[in-house]
Write a protein that binds this ligand. Sequence first.
Ligand code: ADP
Length: 589
Amino acid sequence: MKRKKLIWSIYPYYFIIIIGALYTVAFIAAQKLNTLYIQGIAETLTTRAGFVENAIIEHDLVPNNAGLDSLVDKLGAISKTRITIIDLDGIVIADSEKDPLTMENHKNRPEIQIAFQDSTGQQIRYSSTLHTDMMYIAVPLKIQSQIVGVIRTALPMHAIKIILDKFNRDMFISGIVITILVTLLSLLIFGKVSHPLKELQKGIKRFSRGEFQTQIPPFHSEELGILSDTMNDMAQQLNKRIGIIIQQRNEREAILSSLSEGVLALDLNEKVVNYNKKVLELLEISDKDINGKSIQEIVRNKELHNFINATQLETENVVRDLHLQLSDEKYIAVYGTILNNHENKKIGTVMVFNDITKLKRLDKIRRDFVANVSHELRTPITAIKGSVETLLDGALDDKESAEKFTQIINRHTSRLALIVEDLLSLAKFENESVIQTVEFAEENLLNLIKTSVEVVEQKSKEKEITISVDCNDEIKIRTQRKYLEHALINLLDNAIKYSDRNTSIRIQIVQKTNEIKISVSDEGCGIASQHLPRLFERFYRVDLARSRDIGGTGLGLAIVKHIARIHNGSVEVHSVPNEGSTFSIHLPT
Ligand code: ADP
């Protein structure tokens, strides 16, 4: 709708009232003026008729009429009045303007009729003789109280027309002047009213934009002053309330975003009404603005949708573990509940997502580990138990058998000891509190390597394997000496175990700006590439039977990896089947 300015809504009425009042007053005044004028003329004419009567009587001109016409002409010329004398038969016997002989009978003239009845006749009419409106006053001409004729005086009326025309013209001009003045005055008044209204308007616009600091200026007028004060108060209240709402919203958002759980709120049409960052991460939602979008468009997962449906139908809270196949396999524990408004009316659902993939994985690792340990222990225990039973069943008496079974028991007991020892080492290197309290010291690396080599020297000699060390005597390293020796011994032990006789092993040190790399290379059987990613896992073995035969537990490399981690380092392997392997420990300096 096109809106008019306030002035144009009020001003036309204002204008009509002013003009109406002005012209009503003018009209009444003109009427009054006209009446007064007519009255004045009538009185003048009556008076003049009286003078004429006196003159006639004085000069005794009636009834013989001699000299009457010349008297009438004279008096008419002096008083600028038309004077006519009519006898009882209506015949004009004298006239100041015309020859009475040429004039028609006046008996039927209304004013004459009235005068005949001894009254004053008065009439205004157009005179065809003088071609103008005339006022006629007729009075009876009495001689000794006897009506002998009629004296009629007349004056033209054009003077009143001129006066009224002038009056109307003056009224018209003053009307225009007053209208202009009224318009200017109205503009001034409206300016005075509209200025504060504009200020109010600007202020309200500012408030609607949320700018509550700049207040509406105070006004002098009481009504507008109260209005602006009320608006300013209202703005203050709004500002306060919005401040509280914003603070509450910020607090809520801070809580939501600091949660390690994902939170998602949906309305009854399953459209997102609120969420936190974590949920985007958990459900791998790339769209950063999902408010108002349906959850079906955002995540396509049947299990999740079934869960949302279940939450909407249930009155109780729903808890479920979801197995989602996203970029990775994920396990998410979801807690769903109904979202009610302040009137306790159901308006949607809220879901809390908890990533339990790690827990599930750890649980699986724990179960695998228990199974692996049990499996590893079962073989030597079975062997020991079998040997002991055989011995008890009589083999003890046979020296040869007794020796054979005792050796079996010895071998498997050693293996058990080895497994237990490795398990304990692993437990130690995995124990967070042990890791936290490890003390590092500056050590000479060559010296440390030599000590490790000495430990495996016997075994290498047995297989005629040479071990060369390529390390600068100067190199110092911050380490937990025993742990690093343990790792090196494990690598050297493996290199000897998985190499043929008469081969060589090389220990090489590469020093970079921020790390030292210790590599152990052999010319052994090597490892096929598909095994490499899992090589450092606990109990992972390329060839289980071979490893067992040569006394492997499958824990050696896992221990190496943990020791590297304790040093904030990492491990790496390069291997070519039938050519050899290189295991490296990277340690930051
Ligand atoms: P194990 O006690 O069986 O040697 P490790 O954890 O030390 O267990 O090693 C895991 C597996 O890695 C071994 O079973 C073996 O198959 C392979 N492996 C380790 N070191 C070497 C090596 N130097 N050459 C070839 N294979 C190796």
